[in-house]
Design a protein around this ligand. Sequence first.
Ligand SMILES: *Cc1c(COP(=O)(O)O)cnc(C)c1O
Length: 411
Amino acid sequence: MHNLHRALGLATTPSTAVTGIDIAKQKPVQPVTLVRPHAAARAARFFAEKFPGRSMYAVKANPSPDLLKILWDSGITHYDVASIAEVRLVASTLPDATLCFMHPVKAPEAIRAAYFDYGVKTFSLDSVEELEKIVDATDGAEDLTLCVRLRVSSEHSKLSLASKFGAAPGETKELLFRARQAADALGICFHVGSQAMTPEAYSNALERVRAAIVDAAVTVDVIDVGGGFPSSYPGMEPPPLERYFETIHRVFESLPVSYSSELWCEPGRALCAEYSSIVVRVEKRRGDELYINDGAYGALFDAAHIGWRFPVELLREPESRSKDMPFSFYGPTCDDMDHMVGPFYLPADVKAGDYLEIGMLGAYGSAMRTAFNGFGSDETVIVGDEPMVSLYGEEVYGEEQPEVASNVVTL
Ligand SMILES: *Cc1c(COP(=O)(O)O)cnc(C)c1O
């Protein structure tokens, strides 16, 4: 496992020629992104088959067109978009996809273009002002699904989404009532925060939904439990996703909603975290600090800014015999903030010139890259081995494996 061959594969971004890469021989100077289409396909099939309702992909987690196509081919037909640029991106990549505009604060021009130019009919909102904006921008359309976003607790999640959006308990009655009058279908949505570590996050939020429905006495057609489904990271190993699905299903079944009501979810992280990792080079070592060639302004934003820990491996042959010890990382820019505190456990003899793989960066990794200070790299290689960690095991959902897996060079 701990070797250089995991990084062998065929470099194919949609537009570039196929070129082989071999870390040991080619010694890439820039960070290289390894993508694992089979891992994203497996996660998508898992949600498509096991979530007791409809799963839509939250595009912001990783907007790569290659990934969008993999998810589509694996059964994800609906996409949660938050900007007109995401609407255009998904519409041009997947012309038959259904788009839902789930950002509760939108520009009127974006709503108008989404509705009239791209056929978007589902919008979220958390205020009467936004409701009026949507009604105006669609010229009083009568075919809208309007999802009222409730503010719910983020206490069980690693990343809060509780302060910025969502109607507070005192505001939901009037809002639900008015949205009901404007909507063809009325939904209620929420987001429990990203990386929710227990299914109770959802049952607690659904109890808030129940109270809001009873209070407003409206007919609700859609319950959308949002994102927040976890992935596995060092020190953050969640319970199996099936438990989340069971809990959500049980509470949903007991809600006072219409018989034909639908259950939706909006996973971002859980569908794509395992999709990619990066290979970086150690440029310098200073004690227990490693200076690597990607960082806070690259794919490691969360590692730097919120101290997220990612799994790491030394790619060296023969394998190091040294015991693991904790390291922190500095990224390549000239900025003190470009620091990832970790701890990241690596063999004690790691040194300049070594290559490391940093795993689980498919979600909120490459999506966050900038070219600050002249660093940053788009080099991408498809590989067919397993991600460092997986919540989906080796089990294959559905019959088809993406074709690329068979092209991977293995030694
Ligand atoms: C970010 C976001 C998601 C995805 O969240 P994850 O924690 O990545 O699953 C889903 N819905 C909305 C409205 C979001 O803002």
